[in-house]
Design a protein around this ligand. Structure first.
Ligand SMILES: [Fe+2]
Length: 196
């Protein structure tokens, strides 16, 4: 025979336990030990480096969306599409970087104010800019990421963190270099209709 049920108690069990608060389970900047055969020091250094690339990649990603929305001129449609394609690719890199940081036992940067505090890519104006300025701004952002990623990849290789080295080379460096190629060709001043 089933127990008699107190209706109020049953109703209470169905109530979502929202507005809960507690201490963080891991502070930002603290790296917890993961069973991945890497020393704590190596993991900690990689986490620090990856959080910098993450902040800069978030910024570059958002710069692409800004330009996707604000682009103007005769090349509007192709650039509108290209900027969004690169945005999606950068967004994928953001996810890979953040998940690598968590895999190493770190805490990844996530929110816009934390990204703004950390990134070294200069803040663009809120208003709209001409296409050559938009592209120059993006190229500068890519170059900042490429420069730091190359030195961090070498550092990770020397420390034996092959996973971080591979992510930086295969995804960050190769991906950014390819986007730079696509972008930079829009700043080559060749005639549209009549050859020189
Ligand atoms: Fe869109």
């Amino acid at each position: 025979m089933s127990k008699p049920r107190n209706t109020a108690a049953v109703m209470d069990r169905a109530r979502p336990l929202d507005r809960q608060q507690a201490h963080e389970i891991q502070a930002f900047g603290h790296t917890t030990r993961m069973p991945i055969a890497l020393s704590q020091n190596v993991a900690k250094q990689s986490v620090e480096n990856l959080n910098q690339v993450l902040a800069d990649t978030c910024t570059l990603r958002d710069l692409y969306k800004k330009h996707h929305w604000q682009v103007a001129g005769a090349t509007f449609y192709q650039l509108h599409l290209l900027f969004d394609k690169h945005y999606e690719e950068q967004n994928d890199l953001v996810d890979q970087l953040a998940e690598r940081i968590q895999s190493l036992g770190g805490v990844s940067i996530a929110m816009a104010p934390d990204v703004a505090e950390t990134t070294i890519i200069p803040r663009p104006p809120k208003g709209r800019e001409e296409v050559p300025v938009q592209i120059s701004r993006l190229l500068h952002g890519h170059e900042i990421v490429l420069k730091e990623a190359r030195s961090m990849a070498r550092q990770a290789a020397e420390a034996g963190d092959d996973g971080t080295n591979d992510l930086l080379i295969s995804d960050i460096i190769r991906g950014n270099e390819k986007q730079v190629w696509f972008l930079s060709q829009h700043l080559v001043d060749v005639p549209l209709v009549k050859a020189d």
